[in-house]
Structures are given as C-alpha cells and as structure tokens.
Design a protein around this ligand. Sequence first.
Ligand SMILES: [Zn+2]
Length: 291
Amino acid sequence: MIRRLLFSSAAILCLLAGCADLGVRIPGMTPEQSDMITKSVSAAAKAARPVSESEEYYVGRAVAARLIGTYPLLKSRELTDYVNAVGQTVALYSDMPNTYGGYHFAILDSDEVNAFACPGGIIFITRGMLNAVQNEDELAAVLAHEVAHVNHRDGISAITKARWTEAVTIIGTEAAKAYGPRELAQLVSIFEGSIDDVFKTLVVNGYGRSQEHAADRTALDFLARAGYDPRALHNFVNRIMEEGKETGGLLKTHPATSARVEQIREALPEAAIDPTLVQRRSKRFSAAVRR
Ligand SMILES: [Zn+2]
C-alpha cells in the first residue's frame, strides 16, 4: 500500500519556481505564473504548512492537461455549457464553493463510463457517463461526488510520501536557487512524478474505499442543499452495480458494490423534493443530452 501525503505540493512548486528562475520551463506554465509561485510559496515550503489553493490549482491543471492528452475533449459547446450549469449549481452548495481557479466541468470523448476530479476543481465526465445517467438529478449526483473529492482534497493526497521525502532532502542540502543541473533534473522529475501519482490514482488505481464512501456521503448533502434528489446517487450506483457490464472505467476506480449502495442508502438525508422541478429538470436534460 502506497503511503500518501496530505500536504506535499507546496515545496515541489517552490522548486519549480527555482527551475523557472534558471530558465527551465515546465510545460503549461508561463514565466509570470512561475514568478507568482516563487513569491507565494517559498516561505510556505519551509513552514511545511498545508498546500494552498493556488498551489493545488497548478498541480490540478497539470493533471487535467494529462487527462486531455489521454482522452480527447468533446467539443460540444452546448453540452459542455449544460454540464457546467448542473456542476456549478452543485459546487455552489458545496462546502468549498470557491476555489482558486474556480470549478470547470468538461466532457471527455470516450465511451468509458467515468468521471475525474482534478485537484482544485477541474472536473471531467466522459460521454459514456452522460449516456449512463438517466436524468439531471443523476448527472448532478455524479458531479456532486466529484465535487466532494475536490472539497476533500483527495487528489493532492495521492502524491507519495517517498517522493516528498526526496524533495525535502534536495531542498535541505541545496541553497535556494543554487541548484546544479543534476538537482534541477531531479526536481523536474519529482514534479512530473507527483503529477503521475495523482493521474494514476484518478485513472488507474482509484481512491481507497473510505475516501469513496466519504465522497458519497458528502455528495448526498450537496445534492440536498442544491435542491436535487439525493436518492439519485443511490439509484445510479445501484443500477450500475446491477448492470455490472463494465470492466474498466468507473467500476474500476469507483467500485459499485452492494456495500457501497447500502452505505449510500443508510446515509440518505431527508429532502423535500418538488416534483414540478424534477419534471422541469428532466425536460432540460432530455433537450440537452438526448437530442
Ligand atoms: Zn470517487
């Protein structure tokens, strides 16, 4: 079992800033962004405080870039706008309605039934997932689960402790901005490795069962607060479990077991659902998704 770290990326980004000063450019970052990181995180790395939202954003953006390199983006403005409308509503009622870079929802052009939450609030669902949900409340439930992962900062916790220890060792032995080519190469490698850690957790390994259970429970609250029917999460996971056809994608990283379904059922909050609104949402869903 890989040991996981809860607060590691601050110093890695600090190291990146050092790299930028020396002319080493990290893909996806402008010199201005690197400068900003330099100013904001150098003290933080020494203090070993929890990773800030801006630092988490940069890690999340790199992870999102890698996901888009793996699954192409679905280029439908209308559908993407619709998924954003639902996702932003859920995010607004979450425990963390604002993040440094805001929430962004996008669709990946894949048949796989899956969803991914990058650190900081970039959330993807696949075309396969859009086809698997049966109404807007189920779509909201899937997005609420992913927003919960962002709120819990699960993505950033996937960076391995060993990698962080290596970074600390380099920081400890080298004066700031005095890295030689060997140390620079090591630091770039550590950053890329950290992105690997998060990416592999999102795409291949999934989170632990307790993180998934926590995300489900939190999602139920977000749904109830936003006026969606929390039972939609139960219905969706239950149906996926009963169909049980998929061997990869969502079932791999978000196992739909009977235990999970039962835990969701037990945690269902009381929620007064307005049937008129459910009907309106169904129409909106059909118009946007089932054209
Ligand atoms: Zn999950």
